[in-house]
Write a protein that binds this ligand. Sequence first.
Ligand code: COA
Length: 468
Amino acid sequence: MNGNGKAHPPNQNGNTANGNGNGHSSEHNGNNGNGHKTGFLAGSLPSRPSRTQPTRYAHIVGWGMKVPDKVVTNADLEAVVETSDEWIRSRTGIQERRIAAERDSVVSLGFEAARNALDRADILPTEIDLIIVATSTPEDIYPSTACKIQNLLGATKAGAFDLSAACSGFVYALNMASQAIRSGSIEHALVIGTEVNSRVMDWNDRTTCILFGDGAGAVVLTSSEDPGGLLSCVLGADGSGADLLGIPTVGYSALPEGKLLHKLHMNGREVFRFATHIIHESIEEALEKADLKMADVALIVPHQANQRIISAAARSLNVPEALFYSNLHRYGNTSAASIPIAMCEAEREGRILPGDNVVLIGFGGGLTWATAVVQWHKVAPPKPQGMSYKLSQSRREVLYVFAFWRDKFLKSYRRWEARLKGSPTKTANMRQEKGKPADAPPTPARRPDAAKAERKATPEPEKELEKN
Ligand code: COA
C-alpha cells in the first residue's frame, strides 16, 4: 500500500515496488528483508512479511450499528426553532433524526455498534488488535472514546485511540486500520464512528440544529490472503476552510467572535459548495487508483449530509442518483457515524453483495475528505444462526460480563495498592518521611550552601520585571 492507501500490485515478496513497502532500505530499518531483525534497531520494529509470507488484504468481515430509540421529527423541531417541515424536507431531504436519551453516550452507542459488528464477524473481542474510534463528540479530550470502548468490550489485546477528522473520520480510520493489517503488524481491527451531535448543537440556531442526529456504526477488519477489501483510498485536507465548520474547545488563546464553546457552528452555503465538488473529484481519483471505472461500482455510500448535495454529486458524475445510497431522511447527519450506519442498512437491504465494489466518501470539517474503494468480501460472513454461532455468541456475552467485573476489580486493586504501598517513587522528596509531621520540610538532599549558590545564580522573576 502506498502513502495514500493505494494497493499497488504487490510483488512476490508481498511488498510494494520500492522494495520493502515503506520506502526505506532494509539496512536502515534494521530488517534483513526476510523477516529477521538485524542491526541497531533490532527489536524496536515489527518484522515485515518474509519472502515466503503471502500478500495480505484487509477485508470488512463484520458490521453493526446502533441508533438511539428517540425519534425527533421535523414537526417536533417546529416547537424549538422557527422552521417548518416543508423547509427542512425541501432544503435537506431530512424528515427525522435520532436523539440520544440521557442514559445514552458516545461510548454506549459505539460499544453497542461494536458488539453488533463483532457478532456479525463472529470473532471474540479478545482477538482484536486495534480499535480506532472516529468521533467529534467525545466524552473527554482524553481518555479516548476508543479506550473506554476497549474496556467495555474486554478487548485486552487491543491498542486504542481516537481519530479526529470530523465527518471524514470513519474513512480515515478505515484506511489507517487497513494499512496496519496490510503491513502485517496486526490481524484484526475494529473501526467505529460514533457521535452524540445533539450535545454540541446550539438549539437556538435553526441553520444547524435541524441537520444533525446521533448514532454509531462499526466494522471489523480482518487480514486475509483473498484479494479484495480496501482497494484504494484518497485522503485530503484543506485547513484554509477550518473556520467554515467546527466545534470550538479549550485550546484557543481567545475564542473567535460569535462562536460558542463546545457548540457546533457552520457556514452552510460554503460547506455545500465544497462538498459537491470534492465528492466528484475524490471519487474519480480513488477509482483511478483502484484501476476501476464508474461502471464497475455497485454502490456509492456517501456521508449523509444533505440530499441536495448527493443529487448535485450524481449529476456532476453523470450517474443515476440511485447509485448513491441514502438514508438521511431517517437519521439526518450523524457525522463520523453516517457512513457505517448507511453501509449496514445498504447491506441489509441487499444493495451490497459479496464481491461488489463499493465506494465510501466522507467530507466535512477541517476541511477534510476521504474516499475509499472497497471490494466486499466474496465469502459472505456466516449467518447468525446455528449451534456453533450460538456458542461463540455466548462466549462473547461471557467476555462482556467478565470485562465489567475486570474493570471493577482493577479499579479497587489500584485503590488498595495506593493505600498499602504509598508512593511508587520511594526516594521522592515529596514523600512523607517516617516520624516527621506532615507539614515539616523535607530533608535536603544536597548541601544547603549548594542550594544557596544556585539561588544566587538564578535571577528572581519579580525583580527582573521591576528592572525592566
Ligand atoms: N428553517 C427555515 N428557514 C431557514 C432555516 C430553517 N431551519 N435555516 C435557514 N433558513 C433561512 C435562512 O435564514 C435564509 O433566510 P433569508 O433568505 O431570509 O436570509 C433562507 O432560509 C435561505 O438560507 P440559505 O442558507 O441560503 O439556505 P440553503 O438553501 O443554503 O440551505 C443548508 C441551508 C444549511 C441546508 C445548506 O446550506 C446545507 O445543507 N449546507 C451544507 C451543510 C452540511 O451538509 N454540513 C455538514 C457537512 S459535514
